[in-house]
Design a protein around this ligand. Sequence first.
Ligand SMILES: CC(C)=CCC/C(C)=C/CC/C(C)=C/COP(=O)(O)OP(=O)(O)O
Length: 345
Amino acid sequence: MTETQADTAERTAAEILTETKKLVDPEIERRLEGLHPRMRGIARYHFGWQDAQGRPDPHGSGGKALRPALAVLGARAAGAAGDEPAVIDAAVAVELIHNFSLLHDDIMDGDRTRRHRPTAWTVFGENQTLLAGCALQTLAFEVLAERSPSAVPALGAMVQELIAGQSEDLELAGNESATVEQCLLMEQGKTASLLSASASLGAQAYGAGPEKVRLLAEYGHHLGMAFQLVDDMLGIWGETDTTGKPVAADLAARKRSAPVVAALSAGSEASGELRAVLAQPGELSAADLVRAADLVERAGGRAWSRERADLHTRESLARLDRLAPPPSALADLAEVTRFLLSRTW
Ligand SMILES: CC(C)=CCC/C(C)=C/CC/C(C)=C/COP(=O)(O)OP(=O)(O)O
């Protein structure tokens, strides 16, 4: 194959994400070396690189590496090769922030399983895991500040949005009168802000112009909204075997995720029944969860979320069109977008 053919050969999302992991994981591992040994151990466990005793874990699989992939692909879309040290640093920084947020989120939600393994806090305790999350967040800023100090305020602003979104999420849980607008604003903060920063930060670190950085940020925002809406649907209708999360986990936690809020706001008979099921005191039984999931669907919450996710998908792809990236970068970004939004896990 000639180099030009190799450039434009279509790659699957799995190949793209695996390649990013190969590029970014060794750098994350190297950066973790600088942490306190206990913090490093918790982080390495969470990333799937070792078990609770510090031995290599054959069952561990870190995440999908979506955010670093977006950083690398975004930079390529802006003309970079994608393996420049500043681009890799940006990719490392967004993945560290993501994993800080997961460590803390699992504690806040009391979730016991992530990536098909016990969550870090159930193994190392809440306090040490909180500290490990803080260590990752700080490390993200340290990494980015080395080669791209001018991008640090963008990372800071994004983390503030992430925290605001998470705070709203906690506040909305169990809130009888939550509106879809409040819910979407919360999802913008807790998920889309990081995807937006991921898609644009690699390009910014590479030195791309403001228009390209803006279009990539908008692409990432819409992708993030669609991604969270898909995640919300999986939180209700996802299969445990594929998601690695308990059945209808979000309903059990009485989360006001988008499908639930849309269903409760529909004002139909099913909405009223759903409200009554969710208002029951104590833990919801398996039968209650099945019924609640059915009521969300009957009240239109699933269809509403699907439509909204499709709308954001179209908006994200429109930004890529306007950006007009090199063909191989466009093909990779479009493939990752399509893959993420049709996922079942
Ligand atoms: C400040 C704070 C605590 C914020 C928490 C915000 C939070 C956890 C939002 C959820 C975002 C989300 C859909 C994660 C799954 O990503 P993924 O499917 O890409 O995960 P992976 O890395 O395991 O693949």
